[in-house]
Ligand binder design. Structure first.
Ligand code: NAI
Ligand code: MG
Length: 359
């Protein structure tokens, strides 16, 4: 196999701290199996925007398309409208590369206590539809500045888009506890959400071993807090999935540990791997950001690229470091970003080729 190439966009804020902390850990996990990947660092993001007015070069998508995967930190600067950073980089990448699944695993990690009763039982996969839904460009504003001013934003739900998200969720559920929870709002949103329900039901009919429950998004948010352990796989539209993933991540202990993958499941285009958190301007530059979300994201990327054993070792290594009490401030500890990642790295190199012990 020729060496796989990874495009790296550290981006802005703490992205510039957690990405360099995570890469040596990923390299060390691969080295245990005599493998390497090639990292291609791309200085894209808000700095480039301030210089040129664009988040990435004009041929950015083409450049990224030549890689096997994309490893991203975060983008966003307080001085720049978030619409420019998001629609100038992340959303075009997700759409051009047909990354129609946003997969966000949420589970309690050793040594991290949940702020919510029963939160230590959380173990779910959130499948967020990532290409359409509420995040649409269709709409506009009229009568700007007048009392009659109005804004219209159209949602787009397609049979293809909904069914492939539902199918992905159902397939995952067959490898787990066999439950798919579909987030809906078909009481209030009378066109798109009943359609969502119908298509999800049709797809799930192909999976007799998988149970489907439909829950209205408001009740689902409450149930996630009250019974976090009651979920297996949640499938949700772009907006509902976005909100639920921060909620579920917070229940698990900190947004700083939450990973995500923007997947093109067919492998026709590169997939993009990024932590759930943003650029955290409030703590950027202080060296205190938690690198676990970025490292766990790296484990998802290794898994996607076929390095299953290295991915498992990397996961065990950060779990072992957390279990031994190495923690950053967001988790109530005192470790810096590099102290945290060094603890992970040490567990990968010290154990030679033996799997890192779990206890
Ligand atoms: P955020 O996730 O950057 O920060 C929320 C809170 O969590 C802050 O108090 C922050 O300090 C803390 N936090 C986040 N990650 C952490 C980590 N690894 N370790 C310790 N603490 C951590 O979300 P916020 O403040 O809403 O957004 C900041 C900027 O990031 C905005 O410009 C936003 O648009 C952008 N953003 C970018 C994303 C991306 O690139 N995918 C995703 C979310 C937000
Ligand atoms: Mg979000």
């Amino acid at each position: 196999m020729s060496t796989q190439t990874i495009a790296v966009i550290a981006g802005d804020g703490i992205g510039k701290e957690v990405v360099p902390a995570a890469i040596p850990c990923i390299d060390a996990a691969l080295a245990r199996y005599g493998t390497t990947v090639e990292w291609n660092h791309l200085p894209w993001g808000s700095d480039l925007y301030l210089q040129t007015g664009a988040m990435m070069p004009e041929d950015g998508i083409q450049v990224l398309g030549e890689h096997d995967a994309i490893f991203l930190g975060a983008v966003g600067l307080p001085e720049i409208p978030d619409v420019a950073t998001l629609w100038g980089l992340l959303i075009p990448i997700r759409r051009e590369f047909q990354q129609y699944i946003n997969l966000r695993p949420v589970r309690a990690l050793p040594g991290i206590s949940s702020p919510v009763r029963g939160g230590d039982d959380i173990d779910l996969l959130l499948v967020r539809e990532n290409n359409e839904g509420e995040y649409s460009e269709i709409g506009g504003r009229v009568f700007r500045g007048l009392p009659e001013e109005a804004a219209i934003q159209e949602n787009v739900f397609t049979r293809k888009g909904v069914s492939r998200a539902a199918r992905y969720a159902a397939t995952l559920a067959t490898t787990r506890r066999g439950l798919v929870t579909s987030a809906t709002k078909s009481n209030g949103i009378i066109h798109t959400m009943p359609f969502w329900d119908e298509v999800v039901e049709e797809v799930l009919a192909d999976y007799p071993g998988v149970q489907l429950e439909k829950i209205l998004i408001d009740a689902l948010a409450a149930k996630l807090i009250l019974r976090p352990g009651a979920f297996d796989v949640i499938v949700a539209s772009n907006l509902f999935g976005d909100i639920l993933s921060d909620l579920a991540g917070a229940i698990a202990g900190s947004i700083g540990v939450a990973p995500s993958a923007n997947l093109n499941p067919e492998g026709e285009f590169p997939s993009l791997f990024e932590p759930v958190h943003g650029s955290a301007p409030d703590i950027a530059g202080q060296g205190i950001a938690n690198p676990i979300g970025q490292i766990w994201t790296g484990a998802m990327m290794l898994e996607h690229l076929g390095h299953t054993d290295a991915a498992a070792d990397l996961t065990r290594a950060f779990e072992s470091a957390l279990r031994d009490g190495v923690r950053t401030r967001d988790l109530g500890g005192t470790a810096s970003t590099t102290e945290m990642s060094d603890a992970v790295l040490q567990r990968l190199v010290a154990a030679d080729r033996e799997p890192t012990p779990t206890h």
